[in-house]
Design a binder for this molecule. Structure first.
Ligand code: NAD
Ligand code: ISE
Length: 336
């Protein structure tokens, strides 16, 4: 039988994941949806055969046809949903960020360790993006030698109204935090944040763009331009500079046109477009692993490390200077 998934949070991502599981993913179906906005959950459930809308996560997770949980509520609500899933011993795919701060992530990690085995995959979907995967595979061949620097650009058309200056780090750069750790195989040890004069197209008071520098325990330097009101498109680029060469992704050269004295292409307008394949592959990998009784992909340790780096980044943003990241020792459960 297909894996019965409960989707917690039926906003932008949750609704897209419901569509994905129903229409794209094989071996799974959405059997339950939950949202604090009951009407929203009911409207989504009404579109899916055999799907029930529940008012709270515990009720959904107790249902006989729920085998796994996809958490797509806002970051601050993740901890409660994860702990409830642990009580029901259900496997979880949890959207990024795992938690809003390191202390919350640590509590989640302690609870998972008490289960004695991994239950959670964190939704750092860039690891499943075909371009990022190619970059990772190339680095692993060793042809380019040791990575020295990683340059990243992360641009959004416009930020949502609730976006704060801290969220450029905790909500957006959290992706580069994970991507850098994963690509380089390093932990991030220090963060510095530079604040260019904000764009006049950013909402009043929003520190946008920001320029962030990470140092790693492997001695690499990583920079991230985060610009969430760039106006022209959704762009995510990464270039690794190694001892014997460089490699770069995200230029969007899939289609180049020549027209009336110009050449060019189009730029994606949002993440659902740019990372569509990544989301599809991420969910399929989660469903496949879950049906085999395994947990793969980014772990709670990765979610914790990212939260600790971002929390340090927020301190660097508000107080200035170079700030060192403090991580606990990696627990046994997350070492293999
Ligand atoms: P959203 O605001 O569109 O949707 C969130 C939904 O959760 C809303 O319907 C809200 O009513 C509901 N909700 C709030 N608290 C809840 C609770 N305690 N229990 C159940 N439902 C609750 O937000 P979104 O953009 O869909 O983001 C959801 C998650 O997905 C966040 O963690 C966000 O960081 C992540 N996200 C990831 C990506 C990505 O590229 N991987 C992109 C966007 C968002
Ligand atoms: C959003 O939550 C995401 O996760 C997107 O991938 C990112 O580009 C955006 O900046 C975030 O707000």
């Amino acid at each position: 039988a297909p894996l019965g998934v409960a989707v917690i949070g039926t906003g932008r991502m949750g609704t897209d994941h419901v569509r994905r599981i129903q229409q794209v993913t094989s071996g799974a179906r959405v059997s339950a949806v939950v949202d604090v906005d009951a009407e929203r959950a009911k409207a989504v459930a009404a579109r899916v055969d055999g799907c029930t809308a529940y008012p709270d996560p515990a009720a959904a997770m107790a249902a006989a046809d729920v085998d796994a949980v996809l958490v797509a509520s806002p970051g601050p609500a993740h901890e409660a949903a994860l702990l409830t899933a642990f009580e029901h011993d259900l496997p979880v795919l949890c959207e990024k960020p795992l938690a809003p701060d390191a202390a919350t992530a640590l509590r989640i990690m302690e609870a998972e360790q008490k289960l004695g085995r991994r239950r959670v995959q964190v939704g750092f979907m860039r690891r499943y993006d075909p371009e990022y995967a190619k970059l990772k595979a190339l680095l692993e061949t060793g042809q380019l030698g040791r990575p020295l620097m990683l340059h990243n650009r992360h641009r959004n058309v416009a930020s949502p109204p609730f976006f704060t200056s801290d969220m450029l780090i905790t909500d957006s750069v959290v992706h580069e935090t994970d991507a850098a750790r994963w690509l380089l195989g390093d932990e991030i040890t220090a963060v510095t944040v530079l604040r260019p004069n904000p764009s006049s197209n950013a909402p009043d008071g929003l520190l946008d763009p920001q320029f962030i520098v990470f140092e790693t325990d492997g001695g690499a330097v990583v920079d991230v331009e985060i610009f969430v009101n760039c106006g022209f498109g959704y762009q995510v680029q990464a270039e690794v500079v190694c001892e014997r060469g460089t490699a770069r992704i995200g230029d969007g050269h899939a289609l180049v046109t020549n027209m009336a004295g110009r050449w060019g292409g189009t730029i994606a307008q949002d993440f659902t477009d740019r990372f569509e394949a990544a989301y599809d592959l991420q969910i399929q990998a989660w469903v496949d692993a879950t049906r085999r009784g395994e947990v793969t992909g980014p772990s709670v340790w990765d979610g914790y490390a990212a939260a600790a780096v971002c929390e340090t980044g927020v301190t660097a943003l508000t107080e200035g200077g170079r700030r060192e990241v403090e991580l606990i020792d990696r627990p046994e459960l997350y070492r293999s």
